[in-house]
Design a protein around this ligand. Structure first.
Ligand SMILES: [Zn+2]
Length: 246
């Protein structure tokens, strides 16, 4: 789903705010690996962003891209179980979500838990062969779309989560878990997170994650020369194939 709020292709370079003074505050290092190849982009962009904006995603190795599929697999399955248990789905949608749980569980990674709670990219490692990852990606992509439609017919998104005993602990953190469950994730082979110029920029704190902040991220990024960008609700995905105009 392409969601852009800023339609200009070019905007004047934004002012330097200097609210971040180094990558230390700008980069969320549990989710971002800084390499020499993406450091130059990050160094060039951080002075322009407000203190409440951090880089929460960047280049991923092929193994980390596969791991990200597993992370999404775990969020989708966990949230579908929570949705079933909450008893607020439309009656006609219950069998569909039961099928979601069965079909998504059938393409489980190995191990089948621990991606959300690990706090470290790539951990736990999953030795699944590439075909199995591709199949897992195919299955979750289909079900994420169906689940998005089902959720739109409930009030679950505006209610506190009713956790299950086996829900990952991470879900207790106030994040947009329903959005994470239904947001699409690119296949490892085609993800632009396999490129050094792709970044996810988002709020440093859930309370700061507003539409206004995400629009501001988009405007600043376009002013710095971003081409493709997409509001993912949880963050904004931005790409600088021509570099950052600093
Ligand atoms: Zn992204």
């Amino acid at each position: 789903m392409i969601k852009q709020h800023v339609h200009q292709k070019h905007l004047p370079r934004p002012p330097k705010l200097n609210e971040h003074t180094s990558l230390k505050t700008f980069v969320d290092d549990t989710n971002v690996n800084v390499f020499p190849q993406n450091r130059e982009y990050l160094e060039a962009m951080f002075p322009y962003f407000p203190r409440t904006v951090v880089c929460c995603g960047a280049y991923l190795t092929p193994a980390e891209l596969a791991w990200k599929i597993n992370w999404h697999w775990e969020v989708l399955l966990s949230m579908a179980k929570i949705a079933l248990n909450a008893g607020r789905l439309k009656k006609a949608d219950v069998p569909t979500v039961e099928r979601l749980v069965a079909e998504v569980a059938a393409v489980a990674p190995s191990p089948a838990v621990g991606y959300l709670d690990s706090g470290k990219l790539g951990v736990p490692a999953d030795p699944s062969p590439a075909e199995r990852v591709t199949e897992r990606h195919r299955v979750i992509t289909i079900w994420k779309e169906k689940f998005r439609a089902i959720l739109s017919r409930t009030d679950l998104r505006s209610r506190p989560l009713a956790f299950l005993k086996d829900s990952p602990r991470k879900l207790h953190e106030p994040k947009r878990w329903w959005s994470h469950a239904v947001n699409t994730v690119d296949a490892p082979e085609t993800s632009n997170h396999g490129r050094f110029y792709a970044f996810d920029l988002g709020a440093d704190d859930q309370d700061h994650n507003t539409l206004a902040l995400r629009i501001r991220i988009e405007r600043i990024s376009v002013g710095l020369g971003a081409g493709f960008r997409n509001d993912e609700d949880t963050h904004v995905h931005v790409e600088f194939p021509q570099g950052v105009k600093g």
